[in-house]
Design a protein around this ligand. Structure first.
Ligand SMILES: Cc1ncc(COP(=O)(O)O)c(C=O)c1O
Length: 396
């Protein structure tokens, strides 16, 4: 046996809404094979060479132009440091700007694998900040600042993973003011920002890159393909230059020379934009399908809001479901029901989800769960939510 490419268990007959990845069937094989052929045909000897430290210049121009149009706010190529994805960008930021034991603020809930990078890989003290319907709660940040001096605040400000929620414009301004006054950085993971389903979100934090307080992370993983391992940090030109001068880059050169050279052709030729628009349409239909199926099969046993973009629904179990489920022997101790307790029954019904607890930096949120609507087509979404409804039935 050899290792397969993906980290997730994707058995043929199971529908796992815990997988937060694009649909394999939608990945852009034809587009990438066209741009690769075109780029190789140029006969450029730089294509397979070590890359320019901050990222290929022509690629950064093309990316700045693409982002400027998508964000509705100008982007300068000098503000962009090209990375091998947003995860690597976050890792690089931690390596260069933090030491073990330093404090960072994180949203409660947050992206569970970013929490691993912060808490396990870099041994940072992640302080959870409450969120609500409109994202991070600024007075809670202010309150935490009376007790902590964070190096940075990590926020997934648009179509958050896991909640699907978007930080309001007003709160973005309040956080920028707090970052200025209390001298911390804002690491805004904006990988879903361009994935709206019709209504554009507020300006990204990227629009404030020149403030010196913002590091905006972007990625092609959700808008083109995760296997490309291509992303960027947008920040002040000065700070982007500092990343490019790191030992990692000094040794290995630009962090993704080859793929960025192929994707540049997709950006310049309009293929990326057309592909992104097709994803928005497909995911927009999947959101509607999942919402309708949730109403049919879960009903008032949980609450959720319909995300306006991104990948995820976040379900909060209702009090009456929790009370009924807690009293069953199948659950854990009465009153301590956790959506993790649904996993065995879910596996039996051949459906999966991500328990809320995985998204908490402090082991909370047991009454919530995350569902990804991007990975499966509409028939699987309808069937999978029907199965999830049966799992809820067995606890209620
Ligand atoms: C918020 C967030 N950041 C980063 C990533 C990973 O990005 P990349 O593939 O660019 O490392 C994900 C993927 O699920 C994500 O949801």
């Amino acid at each position: 046996m050899y290792d397969r490419s993906t980290q997730v268990d994707r058995s043929a007959d199971s529908i796992n809404f815990g997988i937060g990845q694009p649909d394999f069937a939608l990945l852009p094989h034809a587009l990438m094979s066209e741009v690769a052929a075109e780029r190789f045909a140029e006969g450029d000897t730089e294509l397979l060479n070590y890359g320019f430290p901050q990222g290929d210049g022509r690629f950064r121009w093309a990316l700045a132009d693409f982002l400027g149009r998508g964000y509705g706010a100008a982007v300068q190529p000098q503000q962009l440091m090209i990375t091998a994805g947003a995860s690597q960008a976050l890792n690089l930021i931690c390596t260069l700007l933090t030491r073990p034991g330093d404090t960072v603020f994180v949203e409660e809930p947050s992206y569970f694998l970013a929490l691993r990078i912060l808490q396990e890989d870099h041994r940072l003290n992640a302080v959870p900040i409450p969120t609500d319907e409109y994202g991070l709660v600024p007075p809670a940040v202010e309150e935490a600042l009376t007790r902590h001096r964070p190096v940075f605040l990590y926020t997934i400000s648009t179509y958050q993973n896991p909640t699907g929620r978007t930080l309001s414009e007003n709160r973005r301004q309040q956080l920028l003011a707090l970052a200025e006054a209390h001298e911390f950085l804002i690491v805004a993971d904006e990988v879903y920002h361009l994935l709206d389903f019709g209504t554009p979100p507020p300006d990204p934090f990227a629009a404030y890159a020149d403030s010196g307080k913002v590091l905006s992370l972007g990625s092609f993983s959700k808008i083109l393909a995760p296997g490309l391992r291509l992303g960027w940090v947008q920040t002040s030109a000065q700070r982007a230059g500092l990343f490019a001068a790191s030992g990692l880059v000094d040794s290995g050169g630009g962090l993704n020379q080859f793929t960025s050279n192929l994707v540049r052709v997709a950006l310049e030729g309009g293929g990326q934009k057309a592909y992104l628009d097709s994803l928005r349409r497909a995911y927009g239909q999947r959101v509607q399908a999942m919402d309708a199926a949730l109403h049919r099969h879960i009903g008032d046993r949980a609450t959720w809001t319909v995300p306006a973009g991104g990948f995820f629904f976040w379900l909060t179990c209702s009090d009456h479901f929790l009370a009924a489920a807690s009293s069953l022997p199948a659950g854990s101790a009465p009153g301590r029901f956790d959506t993790t307790d649904l996993l065995d029954a879910a596996a039996g019904a051949k459906v999966g989800f991500l328990p809320g607890r995985r998204c908490s930096s402090v082991g909370g949120l047991g009454h919530c769960l995350r569902l990804c609507f991007a990975h499966y087509g509409i028939p699987e979404i309808e069937e999978g939510i029907r199965r999830l409804g049966q799992v809820f039935d067995s606890f209620h």
